[in-house]
Design a binder for this molecule. Structure first.
Ligand code: ADP
Ligand code: MG
Length: 601
């Protein structure tokens, strides 16, 4: 579908995507300059506080909003930043305030990395307790020890041109703009996709070859770096660092505010910061003690958590609805030629003449890509798999069928490394996968999709398939594969895609990864009958077109019949039959196992 006569090239779209954030930042800086001149003195001071809070909230948005972890020590990281700035000031270190600020951010980032280590094992409430405990411990220590230079009254000088409040506010605006740009681009990149993927499903992340540990640690480190910068800015604002600015209760309230505002969205982090400063200020004017501000944040936070939404989502949804009625900008995928019609059939398709991504050359063995020997797995008393034998030849699509509970998904879990307790051997291109993690196996070209939805709704289709593919891809190649599998265009948000189609996006992403073998666990679930037929046709073409081999688990026998020449049947965890389609489906034992399974008859 072409919306305009001259479609945008991929290059133009990329340039626009790169340029727009800088334009927004330039406008924001200009607005900051205007505010610094127009605001009365006291409000300038408050505006500095807003920026300090905004930088801290940006960080919280990453760790809590994007990566889905509970971290209740953001102001402890700010204290680390403040400590570094005051310490360097007392030591008379060269470089001056701006360099010390950056150093504070870096040191806080390293501390964040260390604090993130427990997050690799802890989740939810346990992680909350650990981080809040750390915040409390540091608070007690700070009151005892005090920041460097506090007792002697060694004030930190602001850098030359930013000496008074008005000009220091401009410096803060510049720092905030730089932080926002950095967060924007990191969120759009691999790290950002990894955070959102881990927040939704750690198994899905590992299956895409992503490292769950790295994603969690980078989220903590980036968040802490921003916390550290925020703490350094406070020192520049006040001249000294005081423990009262970094208490655990404030960290807790800031976390609640981040959840409530949806601080993973940059504009909402800034909006949250305005609330952070404005609510206590208003209470003060109305003669109410400022600490009641925490109660207000607490109530709003409970509301946000119980309703499952946040201010950011509400405002964004309202804006999207309004803009949905306006004409849409052309996208690369709109402009890409449709390939599904022109797709070659299996018989006449030669992978080398195909414009689709080219697979790496297969090893010369040309025999079995995947070999599974004597696999057994039990869950307590349930023997889910017993001595399973299976092989997938190069370029083949082998079907795996069996009644519900036969052990099909368990087999995929074992092959892809999610059940290391299983016994038996799994070989990819003749190499044993023993002792290798799911992430490692995925990176070696052993990919799988899930029966349950593991596609993170927080990403766009394009960001997701790029993350899953783990390699540089031209927009045209992505558009082509998405189109081939009947997926929505790159820029569609996955939250707006129905479950059946999300599964197709998952398949497309893994195909773009050019794996040696792809295990598909009921990929047609959630699709209509016509879509089933279309998927069958695409899967038939996939090995020749993309140079991969597949193991197709499917409940719909029509689909298996039309795609797979070879079929293996599992029943009660054992291989009941295996071989050419016609023989297996005529086997009386198979017919008996399927009695009552309507698809068969
Ligand atoms: P299928 O995919 O063929 O429908 P599964 O592999 O999901 O079957 O399940 C095989 C058997 O293993 C079933 O009896 C199921 O209840 C059991 N099972 C699967 N996963 C678990 C688990 N995590 N804990 C306990 N039992 C499980
Ligand atoms: Mg299953």
């Amino acid at each position: 579908m072409r919306l305009v006569d001259r479609p945008w090239t991929a290059h133009q779209v990329r340039l626009t995507r790169l340029a727009r954030p800088f334009m927004v930042a330039a406008v924001a800086i200009a607005a900051g300059l205007g505010l610094s001149a127009a605001l009365p003195g006291y409000y300038v001071y408050l505006a500095i506080s807003v920026i300090v809070a905004a930088v801290a909230l940006l960080g919280l948005g990453i760790v809590s909003g994007s990566a889905g972890m509970i971290a209740l020590c953001q102001l402890t990281f700010a204290a680390v930043g403040a400590w570094v700035v005051t310490g360097l000031n007392v030591a008379g270190a060269p470089g001056g305030f701006v360099l010390w600020l950056a150093a504070g951010g870096l040191v806080a980032g390293v501390v964040g990395l260390l604090v993130g280590l427990p997050a690799l094992r802890l989740r939810g409430v346990n992680l909350a307790v650990v981080t809040l405990g750390l915040a409390a411990a540091v608070d007690v220590a700070l009151v005892q020890v005090q920041f460097p230079g506090t007792t002697e009254g060694r004030f930190v000088d602001r850098p030359g041109p930013f000496g008074d409040d008005r000009s220091y506010f401009i410096l803060c605006v510049l720092v905030l703009a730089a932080c926002c740009l950095a967060v924007h681009f990191v969120q759009q990149g691999r790290w950002g996709s990894g955070w959102k993927s881990v927040a939704f499903s750690e198994r899905g992340t590992a299956a895409a070859g992503g490292s769950v540990s790295s994603s969690k640690l980078t989220a903590f480190a980036t968040s802490a770096t921003l916390g550290g910068i925020s703490g350094g800015l406070v020192v520049g604002q006040v001249g000294l660092a005081l423990p009262a600015s970094f208490t655990p209760i404030q960290s807790l309230a800031l976390y609640v505010l981040a959840i409530m505002a949806g601080a993973y969205l940059i504009d909402m982090a800034i909006f949250g910061a305005v609330l952070w400063v404005a609510v206590p200020e208003l209470l003060k004017r109305w003669g109410v003690p400022q600490d009641w501000g925490f109660v207000v944040f607490g109530v709003l936070g409970v509301q946000a958590l119980t309703s499952g939404t946040n201010l950011g989502m509400i405002i964004r949804t309202a804006l999207w609805r309004r803009s949905a009625s306006k004409p849409v900008a052309p996208t690369v995928s709109d402009a890409a030629p449709s390939v599904s019609d022109a797709a070659p059939s299996v018989s006449d398709a030669a992978p080398t003449s195909d414009p689709a991504p080219h697979p790496s050359p297969a090893p010369a063995r040309g025999s079995m890509v995947l070999e599974v020997d004597d696999l057994s797995m039990s869950f307590g008393h349930v023997q889910a798999l017993r001595g399973v034998q299976l092989a997938v030849p190069e370029g083949a699509v082998v079907g795996l069928i069996g009644p519900n509970g036969a052990g099909k998904s368990t087999l995929v879990d074992v092959i892809s490394g999610f059940l290391p307790r299983a016994t038996g051997t799994v070989r990819l291109d003749g190499v044993s996968m023993a002792g290798r993690s799911p992430t490692r196996r995925a990176r070696l070209g052993l990919r799988r999709t899930f029966q349950q939805d593991r596609v993170p709704p927080g990403l766009t289709v394009g960001a997701y398939v790029r993350y899953v593919a783990r390699r540089r891809l031209a927009a045209e190649d992505i558009a082509e594969v998405l189109d081939f599998f009947g997926c929505p265009p790159e820029r569609t948000r996955l939250a707006d895609v129905d479950a059946g189609r999300r599964r197709l996006v998952e398949v497309a992403g893994h195909v773009l990864a050019q794996p040696r073998i792809l295990l598909l666990d009921e990929p047609a679930a959630g699709l209509s009958h016509d879509e089933h037929l279309a998927l069958a046709q695409r899967l038939r073409q996939a090995p020749a077109r993309f140079g991969l081999s597949m193991l197709l688990i499917e409940h719909d026998l029509d689909l298996v019949r039309s795609v797979c020449d070879t079929i293996t049947v599992l029943d009660f965890g054992e291989v009941l039959a295996s071989g050419p389609q016609a023989d297996v489906l005529a086997d009386p034992a198979v017919l008996k196992a399927y009695m009552g399974e309507t698809e068969m008859l």
